[in-house]
Design a protein. Structure first.
Length: 95
């Protein structure tokens, strides 16, 4: 997404990194259901969110404003689901 508005680019980046605070949920979920299952859940979610981002950026029939909103929400969710790496690192240390 090409965006000439610096404030909007900063907002999207900030929301992505706010989403990384989902590592707290990742740790709790890993303790409850197991590290492997939580890694699979976050890995699938991360893949789906990245795929959806690619799709919404390439569909011409979506209103550009709606496209920006969807992109921002999906980037936040991508940040949340990127916590798969934290769970994988903990699993690697435990093994």
């Amino acid at each position: 997404m090409v965006c000439s508005d610096a404030a909007q680019r900063s907002l999207i980046s900030t929301l992505y990194f706010v989403g990384t605070y989902g590592v707290l949920v990742s740790g709790i979920l890993s303790d409850k259901i197991g590290r492997k299952k939580s890694i699979y859940i976050f890995l699938i979610a991360n893949s789906v969110f990245h795929l959806l981002i690619a799709l919404i950026l390439n569909i011409e029939s979506i209103n550009p404003k709606t496209q920006q909103i969807m992109y921002t929400i999906l980037r936040t969710l991508t940040g949340f689901s990127s916590n798969v790496y934290a769970s994988a690192a903990v699993l690697a240390v435990e093994v």
